[in-house]
Design a protein around this ligand. Structure first.
Ligand code: ATM
Length: 201
């Protein structure tokens, strides 16, 4: 039996991580084996490098960013995601392909066709949950943060929100758009409903 690969996508403060945690709790209650993971990933040192050099704004070159995130993805798939799926586990992943298209394509301006060619080398998820949130609400949620990163401004968030909606419009993947303004428990219920469908529950 092979597992299922479920990805959570959305702009900052859309509640991806907490939704992923709620889904994980649900799967644990149901005795469904799974792993929680994220991109960029911590295990290979690339997340720290990306945070320090790229998300801080120290380096700002779209191609460098594309290849840094792609290297991270290749290692992540090979060492973690594919082995977990082969064991029949559900993989819950915070960010994946659409983040690259949204951030390196729509915000940083790399041609979408080029990014898609690079990204086509990677496996597709069984389900992508897009947590859709207006940029203004994300800004409000972000206001208590002291440390801001590269894309934590209203203009970028607006572009990113529209980018995600645009990407899913033409995507052939299985995607559910969830209303991320909902309270945490209601949002998790929507995510669980979509996952149950994919798991055949
Ligand atoms: P968080 O895991 O804290 O959301 O940060 C990851 C950042 O990396 C996020 N930036 N913001 N805001 C999105 C960015 N990112 C890319 O630019 N391209 C990618 O392919 C991925 C996976 C993430």
């Amino acid at each position: 039996m092979t597992g299922k690969f479920v990805v959570f996508e959305g702009i900052e403060c859309s509640g991806k991580s907490s939704c992923l945690e709620e889904v994980s709790k649900y799967l644990t209650e149901k005795n469904i084996q799974h792993i929680k993971t994220q991109e960029p990933n911590e295990k290979y040192g690339i997340r720290n490098l990306i945070k320090k050099e790229i998300l801080s704004g120290h380096i700002s070159d779209p191609l460098t960013d594309l290849f840094a995130f792609s290297l991270d993805r290749e290692l992540h798939l090979k060492n973690e995601i594919i082995p977990a799926l082969a064991k029949g586990l559900v993989v819950l992943c915070d960010r994946y392909l659409y983040s690259t298209i949204a951030y390196q394509g729509y915000v940083q301006g790399l041609p979408l066709s080029y990014i898609k060619t690079v990204q086509n080398a990677f496996m597709r998820p069984d389900l992508t949950l897009l947590l859709d949130l207006p940029a203004e609400v994300a800004m409000e949620r972000m206001s208590s943060r002291t440390k801001k990163e590269k894309y934590d401004d209203l203009d970028s968030l607006r572009v990113l929100r529209e980018a995600y909606l645009d990407i899913v419009k033409t995507s052939k993947d299985k995607v559910e758009i969830l209303d991320a303004t909902l309270p945490r428990d209601k949002l998790a219920q929507q995510a669980i409903k979509a996952i149950n469908e994919v798991l055949g529950l």
